[in-house]
Design a protein around this ligand. Structure first.
Ligand code: SF4
Ligand code: SF4
Length: 86
């Protein structure tokens, strides 16, 4: 439900809005090429790239909207795009 003025009254409520269904392209991250610069983590507007306990970066596809900012900010082309299958 969108409130008047699109005001969010309940803290953390946007976590219910899974934005992954918006994607046309899916970013795919290759941790073999990744140099751990954290650019993708810093620039992702959805905050859906996280580092796991092994130091590998993972994309949460429930929230990734496919903007591909991460791909454009990656200095070593460790992120590529594939067309999303519906
Ligand atoms: S495509 Fe956009 S939303 Fe998805 S992980 Fe990359 S920066 Fe984040
Ligand atoms: S931007 Fe590229 S090299 Fe940097 S952490 Fe992300 S995937 Fe790795």
């Amino acid at each position: 439900m969108v409130t008047i003025g699109a005001i969010i009254y309940e803290p953390g409520s946007s976590i219910k809005n899974k934005t992954g269904s918006w994607r046309t392209f899916r970013p795919v991250l290759d941790n073999e090429k990744c140099v751990k610069c954290e650019n993708c983590y810093i620039f992702c507007p959805e905050g859906c790239i996280q580092e796991d306990e092994n130091g590998d970066f993972k994309i949460d596809y429930d929230y990734c909207k496919g903007c591909l900012i991460c791909m454009n900010e990656c200095p070593v082309n460790a992120i590529t795009k594939v067309r999303e299958e519906k």
